[in-house]
Each structure stands twice: as C-alpha cells, then as structure tokens.
Write a protein that binds this ligand. Structure first.
Ligand code: NDP
Ligand code: 2IT
Length: 451
C-alpha cells in the first residue's frame, strides 16, 4: 500500500473510532474492508469526493426498542431489541436476527456491515441489515420463546416489509423463532407476504434454505480446494459450532468424502477420531434441534469420542477447518496451532470467526483462507431465492434451488479470484470479496445521489 493510501486508511479509521467509541467488533469489520478497498478508492478519487465509504459506515437507520415479556412463573423481563438498517443501495435491507446474551449494537453493526458486502456478492438485489436481542433462548420453554418473539415482533413489524426489510435467522433464531415471529407479523399487519425468510416449508419457506449456509460453505470450499487440484475426498475436517450452519456443513462435507471429527458449543468441543457419519449426525441434529441439549452429551452416546471441556477444537489435527460458531473464535494461537498441525484450508461458515491476527497467520502461511462474507453467503442467497419464489407465488424443487445455490457460490468464488489474485498467484479471498462486494454497492450509491 502506498503512503497516501495508508494515510487515508489511518485517518478514516481514527475518525470511525472517534465517532463510534467502544464498538470494537464494528471497528474490526470496517478496518478489514477499508484496508482492502482503499487502493481502489484512492485510484478513483470521485469515490473520496462523494464520501462513499464514510456513508457506508453510517447505518441508514438504527432502531432500538424495549422488549417486555413474562416468563412461565409470571415474572416480567425486559430485553433490548434492535434492527440495524445499514444499506439499501441495491435492494431492501436483508439479514438475520440474532438472539444471544452477547448481542449489542457493536455486534449488530459489524454484522449489518458485513451483510451489505455479502449480499452484494450473491448477485441478488438485497441491501444489508441485521437485528436481534440480548435475549437468550437457552433454557427457555417454548411458551417463553413464543411470548418473547411476539413482543419483539410487535415493535419490529412497523419497520419491516417485503420491499423494505426482510429479516431471517441467525444465532439463536431458527425455524421455531421465525414461525412465532411470522405469526405475530401476519396477525398485526393482516397480510401474508415474504417478509421473513427461513419460513416453514408448508407456509412459504424455500426448500434447501435450512441447509443452504452449510452446503454453500462446502461448495465454496470445493472451489478453493480445486485451485490446488484437491477435494474433500479423504480429508479430515474440523467443524466448530453445532447449530444450523455446523450441522449442514458437516452433512455436505461428509457427502463429499470428508471425515468430520468435531463439533462444539460455548461449553466445549467433542472430538470423534472415527468421524461423525450420517447416523451420528442424525443424533446430533435430534440432540440440538429437538431436545435442545448440549454437545457434551455426544460422548455419553458415543464413548469412543472425547469431550474437551471449555475448549475450542482448533488443536485437533486436520486438513480443512470450517469455523461455524461465532465471531472471533479463532485467535492467533489457534491459527498457529491449525497451521502447525497441517491444516491447509480454512473456509468460514460463521461471520468473522477469525481475529485479524489469525487472518495474518493464515495469509502469511499462504493457506487457502476465505472470509465468511464470501463463503457463508449461501444462506442469504437462498433467502433471496425464497423472496423470489414468494413474489412469484410458486415453489421451486429442491434440485432447482440447490443448483442455483451452487451456481451462486461458484460465481462468488470467480469474483474473489478476479479481484483477489496477487502477483505471486496467491488468492487473497479477503481482498477479492471486499473489493467485488464494494464496487457494486458503491456504483449504486453514486448513481442514486446524495441520500
Ligand atoms: P445456531 O444458533 O444454530 O448455532 C450457533 C452455534 O454456535 C451453537 O453451537 C452455539 O453454541 C455456538 N455459539 C454461539 N455463540 C457462541 C460463543 N459465544 N462461543 C462459542 N460457541 C458459540 O446459529 P447458526 O448456526 O445459524 O450460526 C452460526 C454462525 O453462522 C454465526 O456466526 C452466524 O452469524 C453465521 N451465519 C448463519 C447463517 C444462517 O443462515 N443461519 C448464514 C450465514 C452466517 P451454544 O448452544 O453454546 O450457544
Ligand atoms: O449472516 C447471514 O448471512 C445470515 N444470518 C442469513 C441472513 C438471511 O437473510 O438469510
């Protein structure tokens, strides 16, 4: 990076930090993008004059609201509800809702910012948004979750709509929560529209949407591996998390010939050196999705596996790592352990799971490394396909949706190669994804004037 561009990055970040104090995850996500796109921006000074990047880091709108609800004993609880409507230059705001005790404005702004570039990469017309609450569904009854979702939607419904803002799931929000929120939305608005995605298959949902993020991660990884003449066949695969993305990443990686040996949750990891085959995965799905249990129980059912209490899986030797839990779950030491133990491909299913220091380790070692906004875009892409089907009032087959998902992941990979290939041939997927995602949104903002 030349001196002028470096100064541009430094002063941009200093101003961002001063204007958004304490929002460390948001600073982290913005810095990664700004470092990638700064050379493009300084080569195209009209983007600087029009303050395109400055506008991109300021959400178009942030909604913050009170969510009161009562638990099964009648006690009243108050949570915070949020929706960050980040950027609508290329389509209605689109992005998930996260229910987790850690949720705050910094985390939702980082997610909404990432979503803007991710959605641009999908080639579909979707802007960027994200929402959520510091409510934790863990340990709550179905009735409590329903009352919470209804209260959350009672306020959110006035800010969303099929052509305005279309939420979906994320951590802590799956089919059950989308159902409760959709029911309340429909009741209050008196309209049946495609306003939420990830809906049930019998009431407007798209086939393959539940599988899409995890499958998309593996389709993207297949492309990455192919650049080195490799495939999943016979490879040992580490997966973190044990929720929606982790489960379907495991299913597809196994179908493609890989041996998945781990899952995790916020309490610890399980390591099954024999591999988590289809039967064991069916057990995990029942454990997590129906009984809502903890991953620790896996070792009671399969005693040859180990439970690593309080640990992430990154010290286990592997060829391919698919982080599918949460942000900043791979730090510098974890990255060094992965590289040391022979991992040569890290393909992110979660959003921003690697810290900047971890990414530096991967790139210095010339690993195949892809950021979530490229490799996990299959989920929101299939949400886009759900929106299309809802608007057309028809339903595509499983094969049709899967084929489109596959094509979109291939196209995103092509875009990363186009904008991310460095002089020595190394594919910098971070740079590729950020520049490709940025150009489309920036051009739309230029065309639409100062709004
Ligand atoms: P789920 O709620 O289904 O699963 C989340 C998993 O991650 C759980 O196993 C959970 O364990 C674990 N986890 C959550 N927070 C932490 C934490 N702080 N530390 C350790 N483990 C944690 O969510 P998803 O599978 O949908 O989401 C996983 C990741 O993928 C997130 O980063 C999300 O943003 C991203 N993503 C999701 C998409 C989707 O379509 N669902 C699309 C694109 C990205 P526990 O039960 O202990 O909380
Ligand atoms: O991070 C993400 O891309 C998601 N949680 C999915 C968003 C969506 O609108 O399907």
């Amino acid at each position: 990076m030349d001196k002028f561009t470096q100064n541009y990055v430094d002063s941009f970040m200093a101003e961002l930090v001063a204007k958004n104090p304490g929002e460390v995850e948001f600073h982290q996500a913005v810095r990664e993008v700004v470092e990638s796109v700064a050379p493009y921006v300084t080569e195209n000074p009209y983007l600087m004059d029009l303050k395109i990047l400055e506008r991109m880091v300021e959400p178009e709108r942030v909604i913050l609201f009170r969510v009161p609800w009562t638990d099964d004993r009648g006690e009243i609880h108050i949570n915070k509800g949020y929706r960050v409507q980040m950027n609508s230059a290329i389509g209605p705001y689109k992005g998930g809702i996260r229910f987790h005790s850690s949720v705050n404005l910094s985390i939702l702004k980082f997610l909404a910012f990432e979503q803007t570039f991710k959605n641009s990469l999908t080639t579909l017309p979707m802007g960027g948004g994200k929402g959520g609450s510091d409510f934790s569904p863990r340990g709550k009854s179905d009735a409590e979750v329903m009352r919470f979702c209804q209260s959350f939607m009672t306020e959110l419904q006035r800010h969303i709509g099929p052509d305005t803002d279309v939420p979906a799931g994320d951590i802590g929000v799956g089919g059950r929560e989308i159902g409760f929120m959709f029911g309340q939305y429909k009741r209050l608005r008196d309209e049946f529209t495609g306003t939420l995605t990830g809906k049930g298959l019998g009431w407007g949902g798209s086939l393959i949407r539940p599988e899409a993020t995890g499958y998309g991660v593996c389709y993207f990884a297949q492309n990455m591996l192919a650049t080195q003449g490799k495939s999943f066949e016979g490879q040992t695969v580490l997966i973190s998390g044990s929720g929606n993305v982790a489960q379907y990443a495991a299913q597809k990686a196994t179908q493609l010939g890989g041996k998945v040996v781990s899952f995790s949750d916020s309490d610890g990891s399980i390591y099954d050196p024999e591999g988590i085959d289809a039967e064991k995965l069916a057990y995990v799905m029942e454990l997590k999705n129906v009984r809502r249990g903890r991953i620790k129980e896996y070792v009671t059912k399969y005693p040859d596996a180990q439970y690593l209490e309080g640990q992430r899986p990154w010290n286990i030797p592997c060829d391919i790592a698919l982080p599918c839990a949460t942000q900043n779950e791979i730090n510098k030491e974890n990255a060094e352990a992965l590289v040391k133990n022979g991992c040569y491909c890290v393909c992110e299913g979660a959003n921003m799971p690697s810290t900047p220091e971890a990414i530096e380790v991967f790139q210095a070692a010339k690993l195949l490394y892809s950021p979530g906004k490229a490799s996990n875009a299959g989920g929101v892409a299939t949400s886009g396909l759900e929106m299309t089907q809802n608007s057309m009032r028809l339903k595509w087959t499983r094969e049709e949706v899967d084929e489109q998902l596959h094509r979109i992941m291939n196209d995103i990979h092509d875009a990363c190669i186009k904008y991310g290939t460095e002089e020595d041939g190394y594919i910098n997927y971070v740079k590729g994804a950020n520049i490709a995602g940025f150009i489309k949104v920036a051009n739309a903002m230029v065309d639409q004037g100062l709004v």
